[in-house]
Design a protein around this ligand. Structure first.
Ligand SMILES: Cc1cc2nc3c(=O)[nH]c(=O)nc-3n(C[C@H](O)[C@H](O)[C@H](O)COP(=O)(O)OP(=O)(O)OC[C@H]3O[C@@H](n4cnc5c(N)ncnc54)[C@H](O)[C@@H]3O)c2cc1C
Ligand code: SF4
Ligand code: SF4
Ligand code: SF4
Length: 386
């Protein structure tokens, strides 16, 4: 592309941030070589005193890394899918390309007890640390100060890992933790993130912004229908509106409804239709339920105590097999949970229709006119009951 035709912060701001398509994944911030972008309430903001908020002097001079890094602004899906799977996923693979699927759960009782579903994600990471296959894991970790708010964090040991198990249904920009991993000179890192985050780190690699992804050995994706706004949902609705102190909540789960478990063992249910108005706006533009670009994609899909894993890449498969050989996971055939498979298929198909034809990432996801027309017709109400 000609230098003048290159997109940079000005275009990223106008097309993705100002339109609320931006999911706050922070890949542009990670990529910015002049460190002028920061994340503020899940929006990247320009902090350079010499640039206006909606432009960048370095962009005007030829820098375009933030725009290249963005999974919503012309993502390099062809390159990503060829690199990770050796082929492009087809339109009749709503969950994306994968080798096989399996149910899994941790054999360690402590991990199983703290895990959201089968504790498989934590068991895999723990295995990586225990065998020195990993020297870092970039995950969402509960804040020490603010209950039920997560922050991106580099974890260095199994013990530290346990407190990060479980799901928080608000957004946490885990790719930002790659900066911590590089600063700590980690060589073998796993990253856990929801669907958009697992694509975001692939986009960095596909665009050749390699410094931050060079140590990445494993990308674990979490299936995702939506995340909720922390202030509006967790604080205003759950804590104040329902009188459920956040510090007394031990678990939040989504199984056809939001289930809030309290310290005294009580389960308080919130119907999904009451929770959905608190979903983040950007999720209404998200086509990817099943974390299509991860090595291993994990979801609960309405089940209790088991994690469904889509094993997508060779790397993901060999990591899983080593964990299995070491006895840290037990598996069951995915087909033993037909209802979960139906839920996965339905949610993946519906989510692909969330993208509007006018969205900048539409053409790369829906390459045919017919599917573009479907996307155009589809209303964008979020749905999900995983
Ligand atoms: C925001 C969100 C939405 C989800 N929506 C669905 C859904 O609709 N349907 C479905 O089937 N599954 C969904 N999942 C996945 C599901 O909740 C479990 O994470 C998955 O089944 C793995 O369970 P586990 O017991 O193996 O994981 P665990 O062993 O408990 O490990 C969980 C991992 O998730 C990470 N994590 C927790 N919260 C976040 C967050 N906000 N952002 C990024 N990483 C986080 C933790 O750091 C930890 O590494 C969602 C997860 C999240 C975080
Ligand atoms: S154009 Fe370059 S310097 Fe400016 S915000 Fe983007 S990446 Fe940073
Ligand atoms: S890279 Fe992520 S945070 Fe940056 S503009 Fe794109 S979606 Fe938003
Ligand atoms: S629905 Fe999509 S955009 Fe929203 S948090 Fe989940 S993966 Fe990201």
């Amino acid at each position: 592309m000609e230098r003048d035709a290159r997109k940079h912060w000005k275009h990223l701001y106008e097309e993705i941030v100002a339109t609320e398509i931006c999911c706050g994944c922070s890949a542009c911030i990670v990529a910015c070589p002049h460190k002028v972008l920061e994340l503020s309430d899940f929006d990247p903001v320009q902090t350079d005193p010499h640039s206006p908020f909606d432009n960048c002097i370095h962009g005007e001079e030829g820098c375009s890394l933030c725009a290249m890094a963005c999974l919503r602004l012309g993502p390099s899906l062809q390159t990503i899918e060829s690199a990770v799977f050796g082929r492009r996923r087809t339109d009749d693979e709503p969950e994306g390309a994968y080798r096989f699927k399996t149910l899994a759960r941790a054999t360690d009782e402590r991990v199983l007890a703290r895990g959201q579903d089968g504790g498989a994600v934590t068991a895999l990471l723990k295995h990586g640390f225990d065998t020195n296959e990993l020297d870092g894991a970039v995950v969402a970790a509960p804040s020490e100060d603010v209950p039920w708010l997560d922050e991106p964090k580099l974890i260095r040991s199994s013990e530290e890992l346990l407190r990060t198990a479980g799901s928080r249904y608000t957004y946490c920009a885990t790719p930002l933790g790659l900066k911590q991993a590089v600063a700590a000179r980690c060589k073998n890192v796993a990253l856990v993130g929801v669907s958009c985050e697992s694509t975001a780190v692939r986009e960095l690699a596909a665009e050749g912004i390699k410094r931050w992804v060079r140590p990445l050995r494993l990308v674990i994706g979490l299936m995702c229908c939506e995340t909720f706004d922390y202030g509006a949902f967790m604080v205003a609705k759950v804590e104040r509106g329902m009188n459920l102190p956040l510090s007394d909540i031990t678990k939040v789960n989504v199984k056809g409804r939001v289930i809030v478990t309290m310290k005294d063992g009580r389960n308080v249910e919130i119907p999904l239709k009451e929770a959905r108005p608190y979903a983040n706006e950007w999720c209404h533009h998200c086509p990817d339920f099943a974390a299509e670009h991860a090595d291993l994609s994990c979801g609960g899909l309405g089940m209790e105590g088991w994690t469904m894993i889509l094993v997508r890449s060779e790397r993901g498969e060999s990591f899983l097999r080593r964990a299995l050989d070491a006895g840290v996971l037990e598996l069951r055939p995915a087909e033993e949970e037909p209802q979960a498979l139906k839920v996965m298929d339905r949610l993946a198909r519906k989510q692909r229709q969330r993208v509007r034809a006018s969205d900048p990432h539409a053409a790369t996801r829906w390459p045919t006119n017919e599917l573009l027309a479907t996307a155009l017709r589809a209303e964008t109400a979020p749905d999900g009951d995983g």
